[in-house]
Write a protein that binds this ligand. Sequence first.
Ligand SMILES: [Zn+2]
Length: 148
Amino acid sequence: MLQELSLPINIASVVAHREGTCPGMNAEFGRSAMNYKGSCHCGRVAFEVEGEIEGALACNCSICQRKGSLLWFVPREKLHLLTPDDAASSYTFNKHVIKHRFCPVCGVHPYGEGTDPKGNAMAAINIRCIEGIDLAAIPVTHYDGRSL
Ligand SMILES: [Zn+2]
């Protein structure tokens, strides 16, 4: 089974923000969840995501560096697949705790699946695969995953 995410960003803090339990974010609480649509290039893998993209992570680990993903972490239940789960192939390595999901036809990596340190199922959305957003306006945090 999946045990931990190999990118130990502070997911608890992200979730607290989203749920309005972080004192600094009370003004945000109650705003209706926004839905984003995304897909791989050919459309074999398509999905919707609930939430608001407040930032993304650029990681320099061996796989993220190669893929160039910009990752947005959400609870797994916020990711709604519009295509069958097995439309996306899975790639795992190292401790095999993250399933890197990719389209076997066009090769694009739209999302990954894993769990946070508390065991909650999480998804890492590659926001480069989301439609209609201004990528340049989204703050990117550079994460030194290579040093783990
Ligand atoms: Zn595809």
